[in-house]
Design a protein. Structure first.
Length: 179
């Protein structure tokens, strides 16, 4: 089994003052049969709201925060022969963007993303259109793991480009260089 993970594991903590769950670890496993699994470890279970659109999948983890900056780094899985190409945790955008006004008009304020209080999105890109199964597993210590299982891709991924540089060109000797 091949594994790819990004995170520093933080100890599970349910005694958060604001009641949000901490995302403590994100990982990826590729199984020998070609199937794969994404998982997100949390300090306690949360509601998950999936949105599937072609090869772009999003899972909103309601009531979560990402306390360790490294957990926001993407999991790049394109080098595996799995369905998942990449996965990344993104905090829900609660900010607003001010549009540029023309002339004397005042700047308008618009909402960038749908507001979900204290939420993180797990954004997943896949090779093919898929509808993976997901589940929240509750652990005995109060922590939880969101598990998303992917089937084997129907066709193998394209080969990686050859990144080995060609041998350096040799300089041609001129008639006066012979010694």
């Amino acid at each position: 089994m091949l594994t790819c993970a990004v995170a520093s594991a933080a100890p599970p903590s349910r005694d958060d003052a604001d009641g949000t769950a901490a995302i403590t670890f994100t990982g990826f496993d590729e199984h020998p049969d070609g199937s794969s699994r994404l998982y997100v470890k949390l300090s306690h279970p949360v509601a998950v709201e999936p949105t599937l659109s072609g090869t772009h999948l999003e899972y909103v983890l309601v009531g979560t925060r990402i306390p360790i900056r490294n957990n926001k780094n993407p999991l790049i899985t394109s080098h595996f022969g799995a369905q998942v190409v990449s996965a990344r945790l993104v905090l829900e955008d609660h900010s607003t963007v001010k549009g540029k006004g023309r002339g004397r008009k005042r700047a308008k304020t618009k909402v960038v993303a749908p507001l979900v209080a204290d939420a993180a999105r797990l954004v997943v890109e896949t090779r093919e259109v898929v509808k993976p199964l997901h589940k929240m597993i509750k652990n005995a210590d109060g922590s939880a793991i969101l598990v998303i299982d992917f089937a084997k891709p129907s066709r193998p991924p394209p080969p990686e480009p050859d990144v080995i540089a060609p041998p350096p060109a040799t300089a041609k000797a001129t008639p006066g260089d012979a010694r």
